[in-house]
Write a protein that binds this ligand. Structure first.
Ligand code: URA
Length: 238
């Protein structure tokens, strides 16, 4: 059960500002379970209470899409007995019963993660058939030589024999740090780490910065999330 202020829920579900939501409540246009409610701070649970806003279809917005800047230490699962999950980071006003992380990031991988309650959307995003590139910044423990880079770019075979699709690599070094930007369109288990391991290297740190055409909003603090705008949603598939 997730209790939220009524004005917050109306703003979110009717796509209006908090100020407009308070006005709708003040004007007597909002009913909760059949009764007019005049207090914006009334606590309600949108999954249990019936909320009716005159002139709006409160249930029109079927799905929610969140961008999270994932910190280290959280697993991309909905529930776990012992470990902290990314769902624990979602504030109640953005939470939905059926919210889940779309795709997988390792516990120690940081950066862009999308959470949604839209299974079809998620399938499109993660399915290798749709070839949505995910961009990662990998901090490597040693230099990436030209032969290894070429191998990754032509489709490297992992140590278990699985052959990956060709990756796009940009490599940067200042002789002390070895950083690769890698774009892949698949999501095999530990894929980036295993690709660099197969190329004789090691990933010390991994951060996802982009999915399709959507970049991580770097002003979003680690551990926070916010709703994606309709324009941002489109950018994923561009
Ligand atoms: N590849 C990895 O190895 N780890 C991730 O978290 C994501 C991609």
């Amino acid at each position: 059960m997730a209790l939220n202020r009524l004005d917050k829920l109306i703003a979110l579900n009717c796509n209006v500002s908090r100020k407009d939501a308070r006005e709708l409540i003040r004007d007597g246009k909002v009913k909760v379970n059949g009764k007019v409610v005049l207090r914006a701070e009334e606590l309600t649970d949108s999954s249990l209470d019936e909320i009716d806003v005159k002139g709006f279809d409160f249930t029109a917005r079927k799905h929610i899409y969140l961008m999270m800047n994932k910190p280290e230490g959280y697993i991309t699962a909905t529930k776990d007995e012992n470990k902290k999950t990314v769902i624990d980071l979602v504030p109640p006003e953005l939470g939905r019963k059926s919210l889940f992380p779309c795709g997988r990031l390792d516990k120690n991988t940081t950066g862009l993660l999308i959470l949604t309650d839209d299974g079809e959307f998620c399938h499109r995003l993660v399915s290798p058939n749709h070839s949505i590139y995910k961009t990662y910044i990998a901090t490597l423990s040693m230099p990436l030589d030209a032969a290894a880079k070429k191998l990754l770019e032509s489709g490297i075979a992992l140590k278990d024999g699985t052959v990956c699709k060709p990756a796009k690599i940009n490599y940067f070094t200042d002789d002390y740090t070895f950083t690769a930007e890698i774009k892949i369109s698949e999501g095999k288990y530990h894929q980036v780490k295993r690709m660099f391991a197969a190329a004789g290297n090691h990933v010390d740190r991994l951060r996802r910065i982009q999915i399709g055409g959507l970049r991580l909003d770097e002003s979003l603090p680690e551990g926070s999330c916010r709703e994606l705008t309709p324009e941002e949603l489109k950018m994923i598939f561009e």
